[in-house]
Design a protein around this ligand. Structure first.
Ligand SMILES: CC(C)(COP(=O)(O)OP(=O)(O)OC[C@H]1O[C@@H](n2cnc3c(N)ncnc32)[C@H](O)[C@@H]1OP(=O)(O)O)[C@@H](O)C(=O)NCCC(=O)NCCS
Length: 149
């Protein structure tokens, strides 16, 4: 049975390996290492029998949460893992006093945009040419939970 919990040191090799497989501009293991434990951040993994199936991260900045890494292993997508993991991330961030959330996503990433819309994120603007490999605009999205001002 898969479990959602905070990212730990023992997850970093698997997280970095998944990141390499999934993204064209992957974060390095060191980038995760330097950020996952910061007290203003929150990084979660979904694990089953020692295998990392999915991960996500949020940076808390001045009371706002910037969701910066969201990925699910390719062979187990469309099973609700991202939705469950992000709902848990929003809950944990709420407990940290964060009630406004933002993220960027490639304008052509229909699965991720559908996921974020389902979670209540709204389109808030476009950042032209934000991504490389390939160059693409970013859609900026926001979600304000009921406790936000
Ligand atoms: C985007 C991603 C994280 C979704 O993970 P997932 O575990 O497959 O998503 P879920 O099963 O939790 O789906 C939840 C909802 O998201 C939407 N969704 C997810 N994948 C979708 C797809 N391929 N097409 C359309 N909608 C999709 C649906 O609304 C879905 O709800 P439903 O199943 O009731 O229709 C996954 O496809 C992924 O890792 N992609 C590569 C990395 C990436 O693009 N990350 C986002 C960077 S901003």
């Amino acid at each position: 049975m898969a479990k959602i919990r905070r990212m730990q040191e023992c997850d970093l090799d698997q997280v970095a390996a998944l990141e390499q497989l999934i993204f064209s501009e992957p974060w390095s293991r060191r980038s995760f290492e330097e950020t996952y434990l910061k007290k203003e951040n929150c990084y979660l993994v979904v694990v089953e029998e020692g295998q990392v199936l999915a991960y996500c991260g949020l940076w808390g900045i001045l009371g706002e949460g910037d969701i910066c890494n969201v990925a699910v292993r390719e062979d187990i997508r469309r099973h609700g893992l991202a939705e469950a993991m992000l709902n848990e991330l929003l809950k944990e961030a709420g407990a940290m006093g964060i009630h406004a959330f933002t993220l960027e996503v490639r304008v052509g990433n229909a699965p991720a945009i559908a996921l974020y819309h389902k979670l209540g994120f709204e389109d808030a603007g476009v950042r032209p040419g934000f991504y490389e490999k390939p160059r693409e605009d970013a859609l900026i999205m926001w979600k304000f939970s009921s406790n936000s001002h």
